[in-house]
Design a protein around this ligand. Structure first.
Ligand SMILES: NC(=O)c1ccc[n+]([C@@H]2O[C@H](COP(=O)([O-])OP(=O)(O)OC[C@H]3O[C@@H](n4cnc5c(N)ncnc54)[C@H](O)[C@@H]3O)[C@@H](O)[C@H]2O)c1
Length: 248
């Protein structure tokens, strides 16, 4: 990772901070983005990186400038864990869509011309197992994470022969502020098997080394994903059992 310029969005805490620390430990120069300026500066200071505060939707140019050169690796990690169902106001659906999907689209729009010209680039999307399966109690999160996964998959199949590598990280529970905010659904579905953010960074490094698109920090998610595709009725019945437990 020497002479590699890396951007991590939402890196003031949680998974993003772990990714930023790990890339820096591997020798990369890291631009640490977060909406929270103080948090971005704290992590950047700790790892000898540069802080690029602001909304993850529009930071590619600022990150390039702060890094003093082209971006080699872009981690679209910032996300919002919006819960609820159709009753959630449009504004909240829109903000989930904006952060969890459109920020990735806008970043790719900015990054691709240079990556295609250089014949190399790496786009890392922090999706979620909710993007492969579904999170009970959280329709905006599930829908937008499916969108983020679809976009990462599309990027991968479209540009892999042109030197652009794409990774979709799909963890279940990870011990961060976001997990702490998921309430009863998180406690039911995620907490028992929750892992530390550093384990997500470790899984990403292994996935990069193996040049693997799908990064599963919880390996058991592969079986769940396959079961959902093979036996959708059975899978829905199982998920509904969890929903009913949530209602108790
Ligand atoms: N924690 C989990 O259990 C879990 C599981 C699967 C996937 N994820 C995904 O991992 C990613 C990181 O989540 P986390 O658990 O580390 O959350 P977190 O709440 O600990 O950290 C998220 C960080 O992103 C920042 N942020 C939020 N919106 C932003 C924006 N628009 N622009 C820039 N920064 C922004 C926040 O200020 C915060 O510092 C998210 O995409 C989330 O959906 C989390």
């Amino acid at each position: 990772m020497r002479d590699t310029n890396v951007v991590v969005t939402g890196a003031g805490g949680g998974i993003g901070a772990a990714l930023a620390r790990r890339f820096a430990a591997e020798g990369a120069r890291v631009a640490v983005n977060d909406l929270d300026k103080a948090k971005a500066e704290a992590v950047a200071g700790e790892i000898g990186g540069v802080a690029v505060p602001g909304d993850a939707s529009d930071i590619v140019a600022a990150a390039r400038e702060a890094l003093g050169g082209p971006i080699d690796v872009y981690c679209a990690n910032a996300g919002t864990g919006t819960g609820g169902g159709p009753e959630v106001p449009d504004a909240d659906w829109e903000s989930a869509w904006d952060v969890n999907v459109m920020a990735h689209v806008r970043a790719a729009r900015e990054l691709l011309p240079q990556w295609l010209e250089r014949g190399r680039g790496r786009f890392v999307s922090t999706v979620s197992a909710a993007g492969l399966l579904t999170m009970v109690g959280a329709a905006p999160y599930s829908v937008t994470k499916h969108g983020a996964f679809a976009f990462a998959e599309w990027l991968s199949l479209t540009y892999r022969h042109r030197g652009v590598h794409v990774h979709a990280i799909c963890p279940q529970g990870v011990r961060t502020d976001m997990l702490a905010a998921t309430g009863k659904a998180g406690a039911l579905v995620l907490e028992q098997t929750a892992i530390e953010p550093e384990a997500v960074a470790e899984a990403l490094m292994a996935g990069i080394a193996a040049d693997r698109f799908l990064i599963l920090p919880h390996p058991e998610v592969a079986g769940m994903y396959a079961a959902r595709a093979a036996e959708p009725e059975r899978w829905l019945r199982g998920m509904n059992r969890i929903q009913r437990a949530l209602e108790e």
